[in-house]
Design a protein around this ligand. Structure first.
Ligand code: EPZ
Length: 418
């Protein structure tokens, strides 16, 4: 097991090349079995969730080649419609395999997906959408057994604009017979990128990014060589780090409109932000004022995946901030660890009241999920003195070369084996 040793208080300056978006690459990997021609995805980050997804593809019979930051998937030999429990338990994205497995084999069997412990994370919207497309589903002994004679297009209205459910239905519908319309669909940039990927394979998908997506089923899809969008959550994490510690950063590879809600709040906090094409330049004196309230919302609202990192910034901003987490039930586990560093945070259900303190002090803290772990690193970079962060496996799920990129910005961080 490893831990980070961090000496806080340094200003951070430099530029960061942003990886392809984890939450785009994962559904694209699932989509790669929709064709038996080779699929190449470029800029694929070296993170554990991607490795887990590649293991799942290997289990169903795909041949995988992993060059530095490319993944080549040849699913001509894919034979199995089942995913072993040990793999579905590893990550939430295993559920995205239902759509492609049904499209390819007309059958699918998975156990309930795992993933970060940030809430109940039901999959009822996934399953009800698949049923609308003609799938019979039996949930027995902890497994989800799916079967269909033929996938047939349908009108689907999502009770909530679920990212995963939208993606799963898109993946099941691209080769279904007829037209599928998804209403109240998620609008995240990752959904737009999935549409771009599927259409590059020869699918007929339109409307992603708006609330309604229309899909005309096609017979075949072809292989593709694809460069996904940059990871807006990774970019947001580094921007928040520099905003909090003070300094200057340039991120490249993420269009500012993909994290406009965050940039708006950081400007209110007193940061100077300049944007051009997919370049974002932020400067901060590290002495920020608080904003009254931040509510997480589906896109284009404030991203839930930046809630923890932003709360770490609020811990030393001047004044109080009310954080409301509207998407997940228990996404404040990291708050207790921030309090060990001297943060003044009161959590009640989905709401956290953060009263800014003059300084945080170093402490030994434990990551409990991916984004909460990143928040602890950001707080340690700001804190006075030395901190250690353990349970890095969570951070390794979503941040490639995390300590290297932070070191390049001037952070005093090192990874040690314990
Ligand atoms: C995706 O998760 C992301 N993961 C999450 O990022 C992100 O936080 C989330 O979207 C919201 O933006 C990936 O893309 C791999 P949802 P997903 O379905 O698809 C409820 C990270 O840190 N819901 O949009 O699981 C659900 O309980 C991760 O990178 C149902 O009720 O999110 C939650 O309250 C964490 N029934 C809300 O919708 C369903 O069938 C949002 O979930 C599905 C979801």
């Amino acid at each position: 097991m490893d831990k980070y040793i961090i000496n806080g208080g340094e200003k951070l300056c430099g530029s960061v090349e942003i990886q392809s978006a984890k939450n785009t690459v994962l559904p694209l990997l699932a989509a790669s079995i929709l064709t038996d021609e080779p699929v190449k995805i470029r800029g694929v980050p070296m993170i554990n969730d991607v490795e887990s997804m590649l293991h799942i593809l290997t289990e169903v019979g795909c041949k995988i080649q992993r060059k530095k930051d490319c993944a080549l998937i040849d699913s001509a030999g894919a034979v199995s419609h089942e995913i072993p429990t040990r793999l579905t338990k590893e990550l939430r994205s295993s559920v995205f395999m239902l759509g492609p497995l049904l499209s390819r084999f007309h059958r699918a069997k998975i156990s309930y997906p795992g993933g970060c412990d940030i809430g109940l994370r039901p999959i009822d919207l996934h399953l009800s959408g698949l049923k609308r497309l003609g799938v019979e589903i039996v949930e027995k002994d902890g497994y989800i057994h799916c079967e269909t004679k033929k996938l047939v297009g349908a009108e689907i209205l999502l009770d909530f604009p679920s990212v995963g459910a939208t993606e799963n239905i898109m993946l099941a519908a691209v080769k279904a017979e007829g037209i599928t319309v998804i209403r109240n669909a998620a609008k995240e940039p990752e959904i737009v990128d999935l549409q771009r990927f599927l259409n590059a394979m020869g699918a007929k998908v339109c409307g992603a990014g708006g609330g309604t997506i229309a899909i005309e089923g096609v017979k075949r899809l072809r292989g593709v060589d694809f460069v996904p969008i940059g990871d807006r959550i990774e970019a947001g994490t580094y921007l928040i780090a520099v905003a909090s510690c003070g300094g200057e950063i340039e991120t490249r590879g993420v269009p500012p409109e993909n994290i406009a809600a965050l940039l708006h709040k950081l400007r209110e906090n007193g940061c100077k932000i300049y944007t051009k094409n997919d370049k974002i330049i932020l400067t901060s004196d590290g002495r920020l004022r608080s904003v009254d309230i931040v509510e997480t919302m589906p896109f284009p609202g404030f991203p839930t995946d930046l809630q923890a990192q932003y709360t770490a910034l609020c811990a030393t901003a001047k004044g109080s901030t009310l954080i409301v987490e509207n998407l997940f039930e228990t996404r404040y586990r990291y708050a207790a660890e921030l309090k060990r560093m001297g943060a003044d945070i009161t959590v009640r259900g989905r709401t956290a009241c953060v009263r800014g303190v003059e300084k945080l002090h170093g402490a030994c803290v434990t990551a409990g999920d991916l984004r909460g772990g990143a928040a602890l690193v950001l707080a340690a970079l700001k804190a006075e003195g030395q901190s250690s962060v353990v349970e890095l496996s969570y951070i390794d799920r979503g941040y490639g070369e995390f300590e290297e990129k932070l070191k390049k910005l001037g952070a005093k961080i090192r990874r040690v084996r314990i």
